[in-house]
Design a binder for this molecule. Structure first.
Ligand code: NAG
Length: 793
């Protein structure tokens, strides 16, 4: 499959509708499938179909938008027993890529693995019971269009009982199962038991499904439009270069490919011979708790079992704490008072440490030094981690010095252990109550310390056994701490790269500082008692403060440059450059404004501040301003991320003149019997176009021919339609219906259409090339030409 990967990526970027995608890649896949077919065993039957679906749907990804596709490409292969099969399992990959990226990990490698798996399965002498459908889809980066076309229109779709989706959110490494279901616990079980090197996490699933990661996969389409359960796998390492020119074949180790292949082959083989697939509805109910242990192996059990374990842990903790707090002994009153005061002090400690790191983070964002840890991850720990820890220790040292003057160290140590248990038990209860499978982490954090406590109880009673106590204690804490550190590490690996593409509005330092403060609080919980057991905390506090201060000063002086062009591990700054010509028409069709320029978007919080020294003409004098009257500020957004990126730059340039210009016209305007206006339009142009609609004051959009007929607004209230077509398509006809309560002098609705040129000569302009040349090598400028036309009706 290495050869397949090399071959597909050597074609270059493969955007939907480009000859690279629609002709060269499709041709290569069909050729390879043909070869596989020739070699296949007579036990199996192979059918190949090239589907070119047309359709439309709305999704709520990125604040919601509607998608329309025409004549895009799916290469579908069905491998089944000689006599056919009634049921099937689907394996999905996509061979298209985003513009200007070779798309090796995302997702050529998965298609290469699937070709290889098809080859192995089809030559195998073992009979299959069910069909395996391999879908090589040609429009995923087009926001999931091809999978929609397949699952809603292909004649084989009805036979599919489960699917495996092979994706990427990074480059290389191991593939993680980061989503399964909905429900259907047998699928995870199948993966865990069959995959040679399983790697899966229900924590990742709950984080991803919370929507805080700005990505989505075909998983959503199969789940929501196909009602099919499945497994979502993705390469997650090195998210810094995902969707950039660095996503190349040489960055994927052959081991990675082998590993992925072994896993997929084993799981597909199992599913294709399993009886569960047939009667999957019988095994539908319930969820699974699953997690890998330090990446070595995966543990999975039904969430019902998980709930029982969690409740037992809660009960044990409640019994332990209840006994201490409520027993009518003469000294419980004191203990109770110290416990609740200690709890208050702990909360104060956490709160002040959060406030401290937030103040530092806001200051650093304001002076323009954010993302200093993007290339040097340790900076975040040295800056925010140390500050948070020092603050917690400081508060407790004060408490020890001034509040608990007369209490013994050991007694206080015990009180604060109980408080930590109480807090963790509280979070466990909250997670159980919220129905989170991730509750198992809190359960570990209650169960292990509690067990340790019971074990060392005797030793603790004897005086002078402090050393022994501490040794035991640390031993008992080893597992929860090791696991928490492992998870925290994973969270960092995942979130740091995302903060390099999370837009210009959210200060990444504030996000990371909060995460670090949270991690410090969790990690500190069972260590607070040591502050009371320790003779002095001065040295620790001093060291932490010193490290924090030195890092702070270095960060302020700009020592840590956020980006890197180091070929071994590049961390580029992502920039979009769109050379565009905009034309604004009034109600009579007259051109009221026309301008041209290169529209520049940085994907992170630092905007152009690091770029300006290298490209002086990109400075704050050319900040683009929002056209208040136009939808989405009058800019040619490719995706509706206008709410994430509010700062853009617009460098005046000459007009663009693509050879395939947009033709957009109103075909008819009818008054409907129910007092609204139906406008029918026709558009033709390049493979990618965006349509923006804004009904004027006093009007609403009541229906349209897109999606399921009901218009869906995107964030901010305008309507966004993502249009694309394959190699060829007839003109796009659609209608919108506007309910008019009160007609304005400027008409009832504004409609704008942007055309994006992602391939061929139309994509380039000499000015764009010249500007791109000036960008330093630690940036990844993704450039294309586009046009924008606005009309009022
Ligand atoms: C800022 O940008 C404008 C327009 O690109 C340019 O004319 C001007 O010289 C730039 N200013 C500096 C200080 O480079």
């Amino acid at each position: 499959s290495r050869d397949h990967l090399e071959h597909i990526t050597s074609i270059g970027p493969r955007t939907t509708g480009s000859p690279e995608n629609e002709i060269l890649t499709v041709h290569y896949l069909l050729e390879q499938i043909k070869l596989i077919e020739v070699q296949s065993s007579s036990l199996h039957k192979i059918s190949v179909d090239v589907q070119r679906p047309t359709g439309s749907f709305s999704i709520d990804f990125l604040g919601g938008f509607t998608s329309y596709y025409d004549n895009i490409t799916n290469v579908v292969v069905k491998l089944e027993p000689r006599d056919g099969a009634q049921h099937a399992v689907l394996a999905n990959c996509h061979f298209d890529s985003v513009a200007n990226s070779p798309g090796a990990s995302d997702d050529a490698v998965s298609c290469s693995v699937m070709l290889e798996v098809l080859h192995v399965l089809s030559t195998s002498s073992e009979a299959l019971h069910h069909a395996v459908i391999f879908l090589f889809n040609g429009a995923e980066e087009n926001v999931l269009q091809a999978s929609h076309g397949f699952i809603t229109q292909h004649s084989w779709a009805n036979s599919i009982r489960a699917f495996i989706n092979l994706e990427a959110a990074g480059v290389g490494g191991k593939e993680l199962v980061f989503q399964t279901g909905p429900e259907n616990p047998w699928l995870v079980q199948a993966y865990v038991s069959e995959a040679k090197h399983p790697f899966a996490s229900v924590v990742a699933q709950e984080v991803f499904q919370s929507g805080i990661i700005p990505s989505d996969t075909d998983f959503r389409i199969y789940r929501d439009f196909g009602n099919i359960p499945g497994i979502d796998l993705a390469f997650i390492e090195n998210g810094y270069i995902y969707h950039t020119k660095y996503d190349t074949a040489d960055r994927i180790l052959t081991d990675s490919i082998q590993r992925a292949g072994d896993n997929i082959l084993a799981v597909l083989k199992y599913l294709a011979t399993s009886d569960v697939l047939v009667s999957s509805s019988k095994y539908r109910h319930g969820n699974m708790v699953f997690f890998d242990v330090l990446g070595l192996f995966v543990i999975a059990y039904p969430s019902r079992v998980g709930s029982i374990i969690n409740c037992m842990v809660v009960m044990a903790a409640v019994l332990y704490l209840g006994k201490k707090l409520l027993q009518p002994k003469h000294n419980t009153a004191n203990y109770r008072k110290d416990f609740f005061c200690g709890f208050g002090i702990t909360l104060i400690g956490w709160f002040t440490s959060l406030v401290t790191v937030l103040i530092i983070a806001v200051f650093i964002s304001l002076i323009g030094q954010s993302l200093s840890w993007y290339n040097h991850f340790y900076v975040s720990v040295c800056l925010y981690g140390t500050a948070a820890a020092a603050k917690i220790i400081f508060i407790h040292t004060l408490a020890k010095r001034f509040y608990y003057v007369n209490a013994s160290d050991q007694y206080l140590g015990e009180v604060f252990f109980d408080i930590a248990l109480f807090v963790n038990c509280g979070s466990l209860i909250a997670l159980i109550y919220g129905g989170f499978c991730s509750a198992f982490i809190s359960a570990v954090w209650v169960a292990f310390p509690l067990l340790t406590k019971f074990c060392v109880h005797k030793d603790f009673k004897q005086h002078g056994a402090r050393g022994k106590f501490i040794a035991f204690y640390l031993l008992g804490m080893f597992i929860p701490y090791l696991y928490a550190l492992y998870l925290i590490w994973a969270v960092f690996e995942m979130f740091t790269p995302i903060l390099g593409r999370s837009g210009s509005e959210i200060p990444p330092d504030v996000v990371l500082a909060s995460i670090l403060a949270g991690c410090t609080m969790i990690l500190s919980s069972y260590f607070i008692n040591f502050i009371y057991l320790a003779k002095s905390t001065q040295k620790t506090m001093l060291t932490l403060t010193l490290v924090c201060t030195v890092t702070f000063l270095l960060v302020c002086s700009g020592t840590f440059f956020p980006y890197s062009s180091n070929p071994a591990s590049p961390k580029p700054k992502r920039v979009f450059l769109q050379h565009m010509t905009r034309t604004f028409h009034d109600l009579d069709g007259k051109v009221v404004k026309r301008d041209s320029g290169i529209w520049i978007n940085g994907f992170d919080y630092t905007g152009m501040s690091h770029v300006t020294p290298h490209v002086p003409e990109i400075n704050d004098t050319i900040r683009a301003h929002c056209e208040e009257k136009a939808p989405l500020c009058g800019f040619p957004w490719y995706l509706p991320v206008h709410f994430l990126i509010r700062k853009n730059w617009y460098l005046p340039a000459s007009e663009v003149s693509p050879r395939e210009p947009v033709h957009f016209r109103l075909i008819s305007k009818e008054q409907t019997p129910w007092d609204s206006v139906k406008l029918t339009f026709e558009a033709s142009g390049p493979s990618h176009m965006s349509l923006y609609v804004r009904p004027h004051k006093g009007s609403t959009l009541s229906q349209w021919s897109l999606g399921n007929g009901t218009p869906v607004t995107s964030k901010g209230g305008d309507y966004f339609v993502f249009y694309s077509h394959g190699l060829q398509a007839s003109a796009w006809q659609f209608w919108i219906e506007v309910q008019v309560l009160e007609e304005q002098p400027e008409g009832v609705v504004t409609v704008a259409i942007a055309a994006h040129y992602f391939s061929g000569e139309d994509k380039r302009s000499s000015q764009l090339d010249a500007l791109k040349e000036k960008f330093p090598d630690w940036t990844f400028p993704s450039a294309w030409v586009c046009t924008y036309d606005l009309y009022a009706f």
